[in-house]
Write a protein that binds this ligand. Structure first.
Ligand SMILES: Cc1ncc(COP(=O)(O)O)c(C=O)c1O
Length: 344
């Protein structure tokens, strides 16, 4: 049975071109700053997002955590959305590593974000932790892959600046946002001090993310990466895959079209509801309305060859990516319909 894996865009496997580039990569010891392929990737990444410098890290989580370490001191406060990946899915590492106090707020990653941020600010007071950083996420994973438009980011960035706060962007899927709006990624990244983006999601690399920011910030981040054990030696074999992955940016549009196709079909099925307004990129969040618990539904679907993630008691998430074709999506729609109808 063919398995259509829609759990995440992280399940993509490197293609032939990527594997060939990895095999042929020029390498050196990157901890000594001597890996030419890593350097090339870091320079290219910095240029793409309009920052002075970039740092290659093994994962998005490490990129975000190194950013928190480099922006803050122990005991500082970081404002972020209560559904943000950094708060929700990074194993409590902001407390464990940077020793910061997170202030999760509802709605920061919505169009009400600027108002939510205004209300989250507290005046300087000896009783309060000093607020140092605001974290944004674009696209917003638990929001269903929604795009925060550049105008909203601009307003949040200006508010943060007025207060002397830095802004870090968890841009794991920032290129999905740029492709969805048909604009240059810098339209988003100009409104943050640092940005992390992933190569190993829709872009298809097996490993790797980049953290970009000012030269001075990246020098600090480099030291924290080393402290966390993320100093990799002949990492050019991985960076080579990353360079090929960056060529996949324009094709993210196909994933978005596939997500739309899936979402519209699911929205019309009895027992399921989809808020089509949130389907803006490659993620579809669907709610089971007939009382079927999401984990049991996901398991049943997997038995029929379609994999998804239960992300709440009655919510499942489907993510499209380069290893699922339009025909796969059509097949998945038919299977999901049958399972929901109890006919599979
Ligand atoms: C928004 C967001 N940020 C960060 C990450 C972390 O990336 P990684 O899995 O490479 O640690 C993810 C992973 O899914 C994500 O969706």
């Amino acid at each position: 049975m063919k398995v259509i894996d829609l759990r995440s865009d992280t399940v993509t496997v490197p293609d032939r071109e990527m594997r060939a580039a990895m095999a042929g990569a020029a390498v050196g010891d990157d901890v000594y700053g001597e890996d030419p392929t890593v350097r090339q990737l870091e320079e290219k990444a910095a240029d793409l997002v309009g920052k002075e410098a970039a740092l290659f890290v093994p994962s998005g989580t490490m990129g975000n955590q190194v950013a928190l370490l480099a922006h803050t001191e122990r005991g500082d406060e970081v404002i972020l959305d209560e559904e943000a990946h950094i708060y929700y899915y990074e194993a409590g590492s902001p407390a464990m590593l940077a020793g910061v106090q997170l202030k999760p707020v509802a709605g920061l990653l919505s169009e009400r974000g600027p108002e939510v941020l205004r209300r989250a600010f507290r005046p300087p007071d000896i009783h309060f932790p000093p607020t140092r950083l605001v974290c944004l996420e674009n696209t917003f994973n638990r929001g269903g892959g929604t795009v925060m438009p550049p105008e909203v980011m601009r307003e949040i960035f200006a508010l943060a600046r007025e207060r002397g706060l830095a802004v870090h962007l968890d841009g794991a899927r920032i290129f999905n946002a740029a492709v969805a709006l048909g604009c240059d990624v810098r339209e988003f990244t100009r409104y943050c001090d640092s940005v992390m983006f992933c190569l190993s999601k829709g872009l298809g690399a097996p490993v790797g993310s980049l953290l970009a920011g000012s030269r001075e910030f990246i020098a600090r981040a480099r030291r924290y990466r080393k402290a966390l054990g993320g100093g990799m030696r002949q990492a050019g074999v991985l960076a080579a895959a990353g360079l090929v992955a960056l060529k996949n940016i324009p094709r993210l549009a196909e994933d978005h079209a596939n997500a739309r196709l899936l979402a519209e079909a699911l929205a019309g099925m009895p027992g399921m509801s989809v808020d089509l307004r949130t389907v803006q990129t490659n993620i579809v969040v669907a709610r089971l309305t007939g009382g079927w618990p999401a984990p049991a539904f996901a398991e049943r679907l997997a038995q029929e060859g379609v994999r998804c993630h239960a992300i709440g008691p009655n919510a499942v998430r489907f993510v499209t990516h380069r290893d699922v074709s339009r025909a796969d999506i059509e097949a998945a729609i038919a299977i999901i319909g049958k399972v929901l109808a109890g006919a599979a």
